[in-house]
Design a protein around this ligand. Sequence first.
Ligand SMILES: [Zn+2]
Length: 71
Amino acid sequence: MEDYPVSQIDFESRFSTEDSYVEYLTKIRWPDGFQCPKCQSSKYWRYGTILKCASCRKNVRFLAGTLFQKI
Ligand SMILES: [Zn+2]
């Protein structure tokens, strides 16, 4: 474990929960806050790794291809 990359440790401690990881990705994708791709609403609910627009009810899956897809 001594050769374990520091960056990997940082990553795992920072994203130790799915919630923190989703929050992080949300900020990357929408730096100014969530915006629905369909109606541009900024309000949403979250179900696991799926964001659901609170206005038009569109499901926004944005974690496809990321590590939580493997779990
Ligand atoms: Zn919407």
